[in-house]
Design a protein around this ligand. Structure first.
Ligand code: NAP
Length: 403
């Protein structure tokens, strides 16, 4: 009887962020409207998907008889992982990424960002609250960030945890569980949102945090459809109670060196973690410090750029802000990568500094353009981009969070 450790994803923790499916080098991960699953016929247990997963849902293994591995249909039907079968588990070696049944698997590192945090990052708390025991937070603020006459309804939502411990770091995210059931009659799964406030609270010293949430009114195909969780959050009144899981994320974290340069590149609501990091630095900032924060921020128009007003008030000595607007009537389309190219020599200078950390957050589509611009900037600064990029990944100095 041949047994092996089958790679499975815990549906009770998974926040359906698609990172595993994107990371898997051999397309073993897929999903339906509910669950992410691993094909036992394809998965070679290479472990490439393990560290990028923000929740740890991906790092689950069940000892099974080879001929009776859990099928995709079974995995799609799960709300929880099946129990271990002790009779099989006792005789099956535990999983060890990179060494599957004695065969060493070579994985090609195709990831654009580091799987590890900056070396000096504070230690994050993760998975303190799960689906079975979510935290409860009270809405203490819900403000529209975008112009009233614009299509985008982007909200700054403040959640307060009162005396409940909910420790977070800049760059982490939480999951929000919308009330109600999905079409299959099961509770909605949690949706992930980046935290937009620094570790010591939206308001310093308060046990609260903020989110940047855009009301979803169209699906990926452009057809009208209301996003379940975004509409729930955007409509919340002060005093409402929200079920929250997390915190999540252990790599998209900032260095705990108050003067290390940060190059932040974001689009739309991808600005959430950049706001958290900028605010953290602003609270630590001494006016005599040479602060090397550089931000590239893209939105359709100034009215649709979240945090436009407060951003414009920050002194240039503190942060070098570069905005790129794509839909201003009468002006050519401009993306963050165009703005990066316009500042190529300053970007090159930052890249040459071994203390610089790069963060990219927002639309998945921006990745190619941003990487090309960073590579061009490196070249302009006589730096070898492939080796610099590899060093930055090894040192936890370049991070992507795109959807
Ligand atoms: P959006 O308003 O649709 O777009 C923001 C800007 O990015 C627009 O100017 C857009 O230009 C531009 N853009 C489009 N394609 C681009 C490309 N290939 N390269 C560079 N720029 C491009 O953005 P959004 O709706 O706010 O979406 C933000 C993304 O961030 C979502 O995917 C969201 O999942 C993700 N995110 C959100 C959070 C959160 O906590 N809420 C956290 C992390 C990430 P045009 O549309 O005019 O072409």
């Amino acid at each position: 009887m041949e047994t092996f450790q089958q790679h499975v994803i815990d549906p009770a923790i998974c926040i359906r962020c698609n990172t595993c499916e994107d990371t898997c080098p051999i397309d073993a991960v897929s999903h339906d409207s509910r669950n992410y699953v691993v094909d036992p016929e394809i998965c070679n247990a290479c472990g490439a998907c393990i560290s990028p997963c923000p929740t740890g849902a991906i790092d689950n293994w069940r000892a099974v008889v080879r001929d009776a591995a859990y099928s995709l249909e079974e995995q799609f039907s799960w709300d929880d992982l099946p129990e271990e079968n002790p009779a099989i588990a006792d005789v099956t070696p535990v999983h060890d990424a990179g060494d599957d049944e004695g065969v060493t698997i070579q994985t090609v590192d195709t990831a654009r960002g580091a799987a590890i945090p900056p070396r000096s990052a504070a230690t994050p708390t993760t998975n303190l609250y799960g689906i079975k025991r979510p935290a409860e937070a009270t809405v203490v603020g819900n403000y529209r960030l975008t112009g009233a006459d614009t299509e985008s309804d982007v909200r700054h939502i403040v959640l307060d945890f009162a005396s409940l411990p909910f420790p977070v770091l800049e760059g982490q995210s939480i999951g929000v569980i919308p009330p109600g059931m999905d079409p299959s009659g099961r509770p909605h799964h949690a949706r992930q949102y980046s935290i937009a406030s620094p570790r010591n609270g939206e308001r310093p010293g308060y046990n609260n945090l903020s989110l940047t949430v855009k009301r979803v009114v169209a699906g990926a195909d452009g057809n009208a459809t209301d996003g379940i969780c975004s509409n729930y959050l955007c409509d919340l009144e002060k005093g409402a109670v929200v079920k929250v899981i997390g915190p999540f994320g252990a790599s998209f974290l900032m260095p705990d060196e108050p003067l290390s340069p940060l190059l932040m590149i974001c689009t739309g609501t991808g600005s959430a973690p950049m706001r958290a990091m900028t605010e953290r630095r602003r609270r630590l900032h001494h006016p005599d410090d040479e602060n090397r924060l550089m931000l590239f921020f893209g939105a359709r128009t100034p009215e649709e750029l979240p945090y436009f007003g407060p951003l414009k008030k920050l002194p240039t000595r503190f942060i070098d802000v570069n905005l790129a607007f794509s839909r201003v009537p009468g002006e050519p389309k401009r993306y963050v990568q165009d703005a990066l190219m316009e500042r190529i020599s300053d970007v090159a200078q930052l890249l040459a500094d071994p203390g610089t950390h790069v963060y990219v957050c927002g639309l998945r589509g921006m990745e190619d353009g941003v990487i090309s611009a960073l590579s061009a900037a490196a070249e302009a600064g006589a730096l070898d981009w492939p080796s610099l990029h590899a060093d930055m990944k090894r040192e936890g100095r370049i991070h992507f969070e795109t959807y």
